[in-house]
Structures are given as structure tokens and as C-alpha cells.
Design a protein around this ligand. Structure first.
Ligand code: UDP
Length: 345
């Protein structure tokens, strides 16, 4: 089967390419290289994976690539994903993540490609009413990034009903770590994520900032649910298989389990992806000190606007329905990320 990976030159996308290849799929990467890097696809594990450069909103180009390779399913990672940037430039986020996403999915349907896995986010929930957060938690995103992703989920749901789209929306919590075999890793420009910033601080001997120490948590710092990128992409493969199998077939409405099969043959799966364990910023720093065996300097900084105190997933639904089980813990996320950072600084 031929799978197109949009955003395949990015952090999560490149790990998805590896997982697909290792599982025997043929892969084509579609990326505009605005946030991804062509070098991410240069390791031997990527040999023979074509990189097609283009925007997901460029309908002609997307159609050309679908026809050229006989694309049968799409993993859609291409997106802008920085909360602070989305607050400053909301139109850019809606244009890129929502409107161009619509261009992509209509082009796919017009070409007869009905299977799509979408990288959504825990940001669709906003400030949680309760933790752990299940998929039926109210969706009240507090920033344009989360809203742009939720708006696209609504588009997908409507197209599943009207045009037989078969999709999974996977809502990521905090993704971290690198390929345990060292073939891919995390690189963002600029980097805003806690774990790579901690590792860079250790390598360059400067302090890492702790954004807020007065949250209502045991040590005053924010608690997040970190999930290893390799476990995360494995969930995409499980969802893809489920959509290809076409099971389960249930009538036209969304069930409590979040699965709907429509008269048009469409299908909707919505799953949270998290480890269900919360770690505070201070706990992550302490774990990093243990893993890398050196002290990490810290500096207390003000709260980052829009950061909820605690975000922890309930991933019970995907565990039960697809048998997903994350294999790597926080220390393995740090160790694999550390190996990658040292090799690619
Ligand atoms: N954080 C921090 N210092 C940093 C970067 C992040 O204290 O330099 C905190 C941030 O406030 C949040 C957690 O680390 O509570 C995870 O942030 P990240 O940006 O990695 O992911 P997010 O939760 O925003 O998706």
C-alpha cells in the first residue's frame, strides 16, 4: 500500500515514515519544507523514500503526487504548531491548518483516496475540567492553534458523513524522544519544547527556564503527559489498519466509543494519545539529570500565557479498541532524545 505522509520531513512525520517503512508500506513524503528539513530524510532507513515539495493547499500539486505514486492513504502531519505564534498570527494558522487542510482532503476525495490519519492535539480541549482527559471532554480550545485543529476535525467529520471519508483524528499530548535506533530525532527552529530545551541547556551549559512555579501542583510547576514519538507513531499504524479493514461497521451516528460508520461508507475514529502519567517540569528536569548524569541549571521565569496547570490524557479508548500500549517511559524519552542531540548538535 502507498501512503503519503504530509509533513514527513518534520519531527513526528519523519518518525511516522520510519514506522511505515519498517511495517512494509511504500511511502512518499509531501512537505513544503517551511518547518521540516530535507536532511531529516537522509539516513539509510529513508533510502528510496521520495520527497515531493509542495503545499497541502496546492490542489494541482497534491493531485499530481497522488497520481504519480498511486497514493491510497494519507497521514497528515503538515501544520503550524506553535501556540504563541498562533496567538500573534491567527489568520496564518487558520489558513494553513484549516483551509489548506480542506484543500488537501477535498483533493484526496476527488482522487478517490478516502483514508486519512490526522495529527490533532490535546489543545482542542483547552483548560481541562477534569483530568485525566477523555475524548468526550468538552472541546474549548483557548488559542488559535487548538481552534484551527478542532475546526479541521469538524470538516473531517462532515466529510465522513457526506463523502465517505474514513479518518482518525489523533489528539496528541506532549510528544518527546527520538527513534531508538537513532535514525530520526527532534529538530525545530526555533525550539520551544521543554525536553529538547533541557538537553540543549545541558550541552551548552546554560540554564533552562521554568515557566511558573506557582501553579496549584505539588511542586508548583506544570504537569504534562509525555509520550514517546515511537509509541505515538505506532498508534497511527494501528488506526490506519483499522480504517483499511473497514471495521467496525456501526450505523450513521457517533457512538459513545467515538466510532461512526455512515451511509456513505465514512468512518470516524477519535483517540487521545498520551501515557496517562503526569510529570511536572521539575520532575522532567530531575529525570534528565539522572539520565544524562550531569546537573542542569535552572532559572525561574514567569508563567507562559495560556499554559494549563495539568494536562494528562485518558488513553483508555485506544488501548481498549486498538490494543495500543505505550512501551517507553520518560527516562527512555530522555535517553533517546539525548543520544540524538549529542549526535546532531
Ligand atoms: N516549559 C518550561 N520551560 C521551557 C519550555 C517549556 O518550563 O523552556 C514548560 C511549559 O510551560 C509546559 C511544559 O514545560 O508546562 C511543556 O511545554 P512544551 O512547550 O514542551 O509543550 P506544551 O505543553 O506547550 O505542548
Amino acid at each position: 500500500m502507498v501512503v503519503m505522509v504530509t509533513g514527513g520531513a518534520g519531527y513526528i512525520g519523519s518518525h511516522a515514515v520510519l514506522a511505515l517503512r519498517r511495517a512494509g508500506y511504500d511511502v512518499v513524503v509531501y512537505d513544503n519544507l517551511s518547518r521540516g528539513f530535507a536532511e531529516a530524510l537522509q539516513g539509510e532507513a529513508f533510502a528510496g523514500v521520495p520527497l515531493e515539495v509542495g503545499d497541502v493547499g496546492d490542489r494541482r500539486r497534491v493531485r499530481e503526487v497522488i497520481d504519480k505514486y498511486g497514493v491510497e492513504a494519507v497521514l497528515h502531519f503538515a501544520a503550524l504548531a506553535q501556540v504563541a505564534e498562533s496567538v500573534e498570527q491567527p489568520a496564518r494558522y487558520f489558513r494553513n491548518n484549516t483551509l489548506q487542510g480542506l484543500d488537501l482532503v477535498e483533493t484526496l476525495l476527488d482522487a478517490g483516496v478516502r483514508t486519512l490519519i490526522f495529527s490533532s492535539t490535546a489543545a482542542v480541549y483547552g483548560e481541562p475540567e477534569r483530568v485525566p482527559i477523555p475524548e468526550d471532554h468538552p472541546e474549548r480550545p483557548t488559542n488559535p492553534y487548538g481552534r484551527s485543529k478542532l475546526a479541521f476535525e469538524f470538516i473531517l467529520e462532515s466529510l465522513a458523513v457526506a463523502r465517505g471519508l474514513r479518518y482518525a483524528a489523533l489528539r496528541y499530548f506532549n510528544v518527546a524522544g527520538a527513534d531508538p535506533e537513532g535514525q530520526a530525532g527532534e529538530r525545530h527552529q526555533p525550539e520551544t519544547h521543554l525536553i529538547p530545551l533541557i538537553l540543549a541547556a545541558a550541552l551548552d551549559h546554560h540554564p533552562v527556564r521554568i515557566f511558573g512555579t506557582d501553579y496549584p501542583t505539588p511542586d508548583g510547576t506544570c504537569i504534562r503527559d509525555y509520550v514517546h514519538v515511537t509509541d505515538l507513531v505506532e498508534a497511527h499504524l494501528l488506526a490506519l489498519r483499522k480504517l483499511i479493514e473497514g471495521q467496525p461497521r456501526v450505523p450513521a451516528v457517533t457512538t459513545a466509543a467515538g466510532v461512526a460508520e455512515t451511509a456513505s461508507g465514512g468512518c470516524r475514529l477519535v483517540y487521545n494519545l498520551g501515557s496517562e502519567k503526569g510529570y511536572s517540569v521539575r520532575e522532567v528536569i530531575q529525570a534528565a539529570e539522572r539520565v544524562i548524569g550531569m546537573p542542569i541549571q535552572t532559572e525561574i521565569a514567569p508563567r507562559r500565557p495560556g499554559d494549563p496547570a495539568v494536562l494528562v490524557a485518558s488513553s483508555e479508548r485506544i488501548r481498549r479498541e486498538l490494543g495500543w500500549a505505550p512501551r517507553y517511559g520518560l527516562e527512555e524519552m530522555l535517553a533517546t532524545a539525548w543520544a540524538w542531540h549529542q549526535a546532531h548538535r
